[in-house]
Design a binder for this molecule. Structure first.
Ligand SMILES: [Zn+2]
Length: 215
């Protein structure tokens, strides 16, 4: 467990003992989205899932460690809950090369614009999509860069950018020259309003939003 002294007052009224006993992974965010509290389940989950970047989160807004393609979504979600005072849910994937996992995040408002993030596992099963073999000629673009979906972790074909394959061998964190985007289904999941605004040629009908969902 990690509980920063400045964060303890906003948890008043909630039993830290109860949060510690919870099977949910729980994180408390200050108003600037830096981490003020993590329960033990969160620390265990991070250790089990090889999350060495955790140390970098100390004192920084967690939105700064999200991949660029989803940072606006989470920033907007957190701001909405801070302003409405109502909890909101969001489902997301966090799969490993062998296991499909889907989690539900509940964002709960706390006093003084702090937030509590509770995650629970909804689905855990072996992947049911066919795995493709790693083949740099198929997946590395002319710059030598591989693009992965930051949500479902599929890899975009360099020669056919509308096709994203499940390539578990590319999920090694040490793989060089990887950039992150959102595949079309995940783009719709994160940006339903923008996705519905693309015309049949993939052009946005929202002024200023000229990014194709597949690019
Ligand atoms: Zn995806």
């Amino acid at each position: 467990m990690h509980l920063a002294p400045d964060f303890a007052p906003v948890l008043t009224g909630r039993s830290v003992v109860e949060l510690e006993a919870s099977a949910h992974t729980v994180m408390g965010l200050r108003p600037d989205y830096s981490v003020g509290y993590r329960n033990s389940a969160w620390s265990r989950f991070a250790a089990d899932n090889d999350a060495p970047e955790l140390a970098k989160w100390n004192g920084r807004p967690i939105t700064t460690v999200f991949a660029g393609a989803v940072v606006d979504y989470y920033t907007e979600l957190f701001r909405r809950v801070q302003e409405s005072g109502r909890p909101e849910d969001h489902d997301y994937e966090c799969s490993s090369p062998t296991t499909f996992r889907s989690f539900r995040l509940r964002v709960v408002p706390l006093p003084e614009r702090a937030l509590l993030l509770l995650h629970h596992l909804r689905v855990e099963r072996p992947h049911d999509v066919e795995a493709s073999s790693p083949a740099d000629f198929r997946y590395r673009d002319h710059r030598g860069v591989i693009t992965q979906c930051c949500h479902c972790r599929r890899t975009r074909r360099a020669t056919h950018s509308a096709t994203w394959d499940w390539v578990p061998a590319y999920l090694d964190r040490s793989l060089p020259d990887v950039s992150h985007g959102l595949c079309p289904p995940c783009f719709r999941h994160y940006h339903p309003r923008a996705a519905s605004s693309f015309d049949s040629q993939g052009r946005s009908t929202i002024p200023g939003l000229d990014r194709s969902p597949a690019s």
